[in-house]
Design a protein around this ligand. Structure first.
Ligand SMILES: N[C@@H](CCC(=O)N[C@@H](CS)C(=O)NCC(=O)O)C(=O)O
Length: 207
């Protein structure tokens, strides 16, 4: 199997931290998003959606959604499982990852990509040109504020988002909080629980 990634970008980082936590190495190729290598003919032939991460299995199956890649890798490498300890927790972890993607990642991406020239005509990932919508910057910032407050209250009294051990949901939340820095949003001082949780995740992963 082969992982196409761009380590610094948030969705690839969700997979990168899973691999790090499990201590596994997979054949990896960096696709430089800064030079728009995701639109190259060779990469579009692998994933026409032009997004990272992308995992190509030995039988040629292509997985191009981060959650699908994480679920697959966790099943292939079950040591240090990241999807709960029973069926209910597994469903909860997947639900949380979906929520964090929709409420967190998408909000930060709206702020980042709907202003300035870097993402002109590219407010959404993928090959289809789209207009930027400047109002989404304001709405995205409101969504980030609400998301961070919600995570702060939901982590109060808890070490992890689901169950009693680290899961992919914690990794995803940690990554999205780092992504907030890309749009100059810090965890506010009203969210002390989340600040402490973020610091403990940083100590755990060392990055
Ligand atoms: N549906 C994909 C989306 C992944 C995604 O948006 N990846 C970004 C990097 S964080 C990307 O590939 N962007 C390419 C672009 O902006 O053209 C997933 O869930 O993994």
């Amino acid at each position: 199997m082969k992982l196409y990634t761009f380590s610094a970008a948030p969705n690839p980082r969700r997979v990168g931290l899973l691999l790090k936590y499990k201590g596994i190495n997979v054949d990896t190729q960096e696709v430089d998003l800064m030079s728009k290598a995701q639109f190259s003919e060779s990469f579009c032939a692998i994933n026409p959606r032009s997004t990272l991460p992308t995992l190509v299995l030995d039988d040629g199956t292509v997985l191009s959604d981060t959650i699908a890649i994480c679920v697959y890798l966790d099943a292939m490498y079950p040591e240090r499982g990241l999807f709960g300890s029973n069926d209910v927790e597994r469903a909860q972890v997947i639900g949380r990852c979906h929520q964090i993607f929709f409420e967190g990642f998408a909000a930060v991406a709206d702020v980042l990509r709907n202003q300035g020239d870097a993402f002109k005509d590219r407010p959404l990932p993928g090959p289809l040109p789209m207009p930027q919508i400047p109002q989404l910057v304001e709405r995205g910032n409101l969504r980030i504020g609400a998301f961070v407050e919600t995570m702060n209250s939901e982590l109060t009294g808890r070490e992890f988002l689901v169950g009693s051990s680290l899961s992919q949901a914690d990794i995803d939340l940690y990554v999205v909080l780092g992504f907030c820095g890309w749009v100059k949003r810090k965890i506010p001082d009203t969210c002390l629980v989340l600040q402490a949780w973020f610091a403990s995740m940083k100590a755990r992963f060392g990055e």
